[in-house]
Design a protein. Structure first.
Length: 94
C-alpha cells in the first residue's frame, strides 16, 4: 500500500507549479522521509518518485532550487543506523 501511495505522491508533486510549491513542500518532505524507510521496496519506490519529481523540476530552475534545498536540509539531519530500524524512523521523521 505504501508503494502505491508513494508513486501517487511523486506524480502529484511532478505536476506541481512553481508558484504553488509552498503548498506542496510538506508533501515533498513526506516523500523524502520514505528514503530512509526500513522496507527496501518502499525505499526504491521513494527514490524513483524523487527522481521523477526532480526531473520534472528541470524545466523550472526556481522549483529545482526549492526542492534541492529541502533535500539538502534532509541530508544534514540525523543518519539512520545500519539496521534501518523502524524505531529510528518513528522518532526522527515528522
Amino acid at each position: 500500500m505504501a508503494k502505491g501511495a508513494i508513486q501517487c505522491l511523486g506524480a502529484v508533486l511532478s505536476a506541481a507549479q512553481p508558484d504553488a510549491w509552498a503548498a506542496a513542500a510538506p508533501a515533498w518532505q513526506l516523500l523524502l522521509g520514505f528514503l530512509t524507510d526500513a522496507r527496501p521496496k518502499v525505499r526504491r519506490r521513494a527514490v524513483s518518485s524523487c527522481l521523477e519529481v526532480l526531473a520534472a523540476a528541470q524545466a523550472s530552475p526556481q522549483l529545482l532550487a526549492l526542492e534541492s534545498d529541502a533535500l539538502a536540509q534532509r541530508e544534514s539531519g540525523p543518519r539512520p543506523p545500519q539496521s534501518w530500524g523502524a524505531s529510528w524512523r518513528a522518532s526522527h521523521v515528522d
